[in-house]
Design a protein around this ligand. Structure first.
Ligand SMILES: [Zn+2]
Length: 266
């Protein structure tokens, strides 16, 4: 009997700890930034997330009381112009694929969740690789829940280019996208997340307010920079518990600890 009672106490304690973690994390001021590419009914690539899974993830965000914010709000918090209220989250997409307007946006609109999509100028102009075309971009730019950013002219990996060409990718895409959407393009994401110190400086010089990379390891050594902000890659195979683990901030702390261990025991 005593063993059973002790076991019950342990189980209740574990449930209480997990429940508190679910509602306490992430800590105030720690804002997860999700990165998606394609939300599709039929999976084809490792960058795909199914419509069904995406909807479940968005519903979980809502259920756990997260507050999706726009990049403008994130910028205001990041620069100290606005205080975080806690449980903010940012939803971003790379590549400007038309599956964004077809499948992701209707779900986000139903929940009134803002999101951002980083466009590749040439893909928009020539409607390459399933990208939204200019007309769709123009129409969608009027949606108050959508912020468009730049993902370069051609999706070249920037550190592999001559600096002048990299600068052109960043500056020209900004100007041309501004012509297209009719507002200032303030946000940028690096193709494949690859960057270098020179490239990060170029993003600032080009006049962007924030620039995003992919995984945290890409931003190493550039901590605190507004121009090397890591994001969380969401995958189709992430169970909802893993998705929560990623947005809770625990995943980020664990990978920091792992990196520290690797540093001392390479
Ligand atoms: Zn991309």
């Amino acid at each position: 009997m005593k063993i059973l009672r002790n076991l019950a106490v342990v189980v209740i304690a574990v449930i209480l700890v997990i429940t508190s973690l679910v509602f306490l994390l992430p800590l105030k001021g720690s804002i997860p930034i999700l990165m998606y590419h394609y939300v599709v009914p039929k999976l084809q690539s490792s960058l795909d997330v199914s419509v069904e899974k995406f909807e479940k993830q968005m519903r979980l965000i809502q259920l756990l009381g997260f507050k999706p914010i726009s990049l403008d709000e994130f910028f205001a918090i990041k620069t100290g112009k606005k205080a975080p209220r806690g449980r903010e989250i940012v939803i971003t997409f790379d590549d400007g694929n038309e599956t964004y307007v077809m499948y992701a946006l209707p779900i986000l609109e139903r929940l009134w969740f803002p999101s951002a999509n980083f466009l590749i100028l040439e893909s928009v102009t020539h409607q390459l690789n399933g990208s939204m075309g200019a007309q769709t971009v123009r129409e969608t730019s009027k949606n108050p829940l959508v912020t468009f950013g730049s993902h370069t002219l051609t999706h070249e990996v920037l550190p592999m280019l001559e600096l002048d060409l990299a600068r052109e990718e960043m500056v020209e895409s900004k100007l041309k996208l501004e012509d297209l959407v009719g507002y200032e393009i303030k946000y940028f994401s690096y193709p494949t997340g690859r960057l270098s110190e020179e490239i990060v400086d170029l993003a600032e010089d080009a006049g962007y307010s924030l620039a995003f990379t992919t995984a945290e390891k890409r931003a190493l050594g550039m901590k605190g920079s507004r121009f090397a902000i890591p994001r969380i890659k969401v995958k189709e195979e992430d169970a909802l518990a893993i998705f929560w683990y990623k947005i809770s901030g625990i995943g980020s702390v664990v990978s920091k600890i792992n990196r520290l261990i690797e540093q001392f025991h390479p």
